[in-house]
Design a protein around this ligand. Structure first.
Ligand SMILES: [Zn+2]
Length: 142
């Protein structure tokens, strides 16, 4: 199929929210084929989703993008297009979440102050509170 000379056909693309009626360059594997810049703007390749910090989220491709590399071989490349509407954020923790998790590990359960070290997971107390508690125990025992 030559994307430049291919006859354009009317197709419908459902991106999970909107039915788009648009012109495509034919069909391949039952999916409408678009040239560069011709697909609805809510359809992105995997690489474009990654740039937007999204993942396909298990959806099947809704269309195909056909384009030619300018150099060196001018070969045809077909990329699957996925719907932004059905995509999901990447599972990687946001920087804010990481800071929060680290802060929780440095927070004393007794005085609730954030220490500059990780409190022991066994007691979850800062050293000051731990020592006070130990002293209290000794005091009671004495
Ligand atoms: Zn404390």
């Amino acid at each position: 199929m030559n994307p430049r000379n291919g006859k354009q056909q009317i197709t419908r693309v459902f991106d999970g929210r909107t039915h788009h009626v648009c012109l495509c360059r034919g069909f391949r594997d039952g999916l409408p084929v678009f040239g560069w810049g011709e697909a609805p703007s809510t359809l992105l390749t995997k690489g474009q989703l990654r740039e937007a910090r999204l993942r396909p989220n298990g959806q099947d491709p809704v269309a195909l993008l056909v384009f030619r590399h300018v150099k060196p071989y001018a070969r045809e490349t077909v990329a699957e297009l996925f719907s932004v509407e059905l995509a999901a954020p990447k599972r990687t923790a946001a920087p804010g979440q990481m800071v929060h998790a680290m802060e929780a590990r440095r927070t004393c359960v007794d005085c609730t102050e954030v220490q500059d070290y990780c409190v022991p997971t066994s007691t979850r107390q800062c050293w000051a509170c731990f020592e006070i508690e130990q002293a209290d125990r000794l005091g009671v025992a004495a």
